[in-house]
Design a protein around this ligand. Sequence first.
Ligand SMILES: NC(=O)c1ccc[n+]([C@@H]2O[C@H](COP(=O)([O-])OP(=O)(O)OC[C@H]3O[C@@H](n4cnc5c(N)ncnc54)[C@H](OP(=O)(O)O)[C@@H]3O)[C@@H](O)[C@H]2O)c1
Length: 423
Amino acid sequence: MTQAPPSGTPAKDLYELGEIPPLGVVPKLMHAMPIRRERHGTPREAMQHEVVPVPDIGANEVLVYVMAAGVNYNGVWASLGQPLSPMDVHKQPYHIAGSDASGIVWKVGAGVKSVKVGDEVIVHCNVTCGECHNCNGGNPMLCRSQLIWGYETTDGSFAQFCRVQAQQILPKPKHLTWAEAGCYTLVHATAWRMLYGHEPHTLKPAMNVLVWGGSGGLGSMAIQICAAAGANAIAVVSSEEKGEYCMKLGAKAWLNRKDFDCWGRLPDTTDAEGYKAYLKKVQKFGKAIWAVTGGVDVDIVFEHPGEQTFPVSCYLVRRGGMVVFCAGTTGYHISFDARYVWMRQKRVQGSHFASKYEADQANHLVMDQKIHTALSRTFDFTEAAEPHELMYANRHPPGNMAIRVNATVDTCKNLEESRAAQG
Ligand SMILES: NC(=O)c1ccc[n+]([C@@H]2O[C@H](COP(=O)([O-])OP(=O)(O)OC[C@H]3O[C@@H](n4cnc5c(N)ncnc54)[C@H](OP(=O)(O)O)[C@@H]3O)[C@@H](O)[C@H]2O)c1
């Protein structure tokens, strides 16, 4: 089913990290950091170094030699096995997490025409059937077979090789190192769809956008997308250091959520006194936003913390505005005062990753160097659990983190440089 490797060199069974095989030569085994059901727990307990078989590919699939992988919350949820075990979704004995990658096309299936062995690429994480009406002219995120690669599939990027659908491939921005290129696509494309994917509530110049977790993975990209569009991002963070970081990314202002006390589920709306006191606290936060916007409500709230912030997001967004959310990191039991949403005709919109079209649009802003990857820290392959531990504890550095897989030298940007530097 697959094309023969271009080189006639016989493969070794296993190559060490950074020992780059001849182009197109595929070993039987690979180093990986799989999660197993019996290890579900903290990332350090769950993700452990093993040698496992290199995945086989089908006609429309591609095997990528992973140079670097990105760190995101999917690895935390997959380690914990919450809200569900990935093994319950894909039914495989182990789960290789990692939903972001940079690397080199190492083998292509017989039906693949869009890429060839040797192409330097990044990977987006949307897996679809490719055949239904939604995949062909509709909205691929509504495909009934849609899955997130490296979370709902077991062939993610925390391994020397990963298997992807050919349509998951995007060009690697040439100016980026492997780690920079591997760290941003999941959060960047998600933020892009949240801000541009839900007509008519799409980002426009001079709009005011409240960005929760402004220094986080999603937030750092959302702020830059707003700045590139001429919109005003108002970042919410939990420290001055993170606030300053958001300003460097192009935020108009930042607020420290620790200065306010209006978080958590909506209180009992029939308790008139209690509710009045609660609204006063929310309005204090609203006034801090008005001080930035000149007294107008925000057009869009960029939501993902969920339970702790959702009632406030829905109260503060302007009449006819949109609260768009892609997660409930602090809890799924979200609540809001329905009266303000229907009377003021607000939109509450769920959003999930992005189509290839959207991921490609978002990537062009990186290729054009209008948006930066926000890479803050890079880790060795065998310490892949560490950045996930930091993320789980909300102690990770601002921006995005990456893991060196086969690119063991940080400065390299392509295969030639890596071969020269790594020997
Ligand atoms: N559906 C999708 O397609 C999709 C895609 C990407 C990510 N996600 C999800 O989105 C969530 C965030 O991802 P991320 O990569 O941006 O994570 P991240 O880098 O950890 O950023 C999240 C930010 O949330 C803030 N936060 C933590 N606790 C909070 C609270 N109680 N109230 C308000 N803010 C709080 C933190 O900032 P401060 O402490 O500074 O406030 C943190 O920086 C995760 O659950 C992830 O799984 C979903």
